[in-house]
Design a protein around this ligand. Structure first.
Ligand SMILES: Cc1cc2nc3c(=O)[nH]c(=O)nc-3n(C[C@H](O)[C@H](O)[C@H](O)COP(=O)(O)O)c2cc1C
Length: 200
């Protein structure tokens, strides 16, 4: 069966909720799905001061070598100053051996994100992840306009053609809306369908 990995980092749970929705979509697209979190790397004092979530809904990824076991890898991370957080970059930086051996070439990939504000760096953050995926040799699938939820301006919502997204607000009080989660499901399904087709 086609295997999809949803790999994420989340400080306050928004990306974790989006990861669950991406996984739901990927299962609907015909794949077997694992959801894994990357390790926290911020100093304990920063984690405590910023109130980062200590409990995680999903197991930690064992090592970068695990990436080779999947047909598709979908990476989710909140923005940090308009780019992916160091926690995710630190994990991806341990995949040099896999990159060198070309073991990730030809897999399918995608990215999803969360920002505090509507213009706080969604697209740049997605592209910081997408750049990494392209270096790994993955074929990137975004959130196509078949997902109608990403159009319209009547309400605040996430969703970009480069990947699913949500908006958390400055105090984290806004939770992923049905439009945001729908985008995550749609992208997960599309990526799984693509991976199934490529495996055939
Ligand atoms: C150090 C730091 C930098 C951040 N930089 C930005 C930023 O550039 N733009 C923005 O909109 N939000 C920024 N945020 C807010 C986070 O992106 C927000 O808390 C996150 O999207 C919530 O997702 P999570 O609950 O999965 O952690 C920053 C947060 C931290 C802790």
């Amino acid at each position: 069966m086609t295997k999809v990995l949803v790999l994420y980092y989340s400080s306050y749970g928004h990306i974790e909720q989006m990861a669950d929705a991406v996984a739901e979509g990927a299962r609907a697209g015909g794949a077997e799905v694992d959801i894994r979190r990357v390790p926290e790397t911020a100093p304990a004092a920063v984690v405590a001061a910023a109130g980062f979530k200590a409990d995680t809904a999903h197991p930690m990824i064992e090592s970068a070598n695990a990436l080779a076991d999947y047909d598709a890898i979908i990476i989710g991370a909140p923005t940090r100053f308009g780019r992916m957080p160091s926690q995710m970059a630190a994990f991806l930086d341990t995949a040099g051996g896999l990159w060198a051996s070309g073991k990730l070439n030809g897999k399918v990939g995608g990215a999803f994100t969360s920002t505090a504000t509507q213009h706080g760096g969604q697209e740049m953050t997605l592209f910081s992840i997408i750049t990494n995926l392209l270096h790994f040799g993955l074929a990137v699938v975004g959130l196509d306009y078949g997902y109608a939820g990403q159009t319209g301006v009547k309400e605040v919502h996430g969703s970009t053609p480069y990947g699913a997204s949500t908006i958390a607000d400055g105090d984290g009080s806004r939770q992923p809306s049905e439009i945001d989660l729908g985008g995550a499901r749609y992208q997960g399904k599309r990526i799984a369908e693509m991976a199934v087709k490529l495996a055939a």
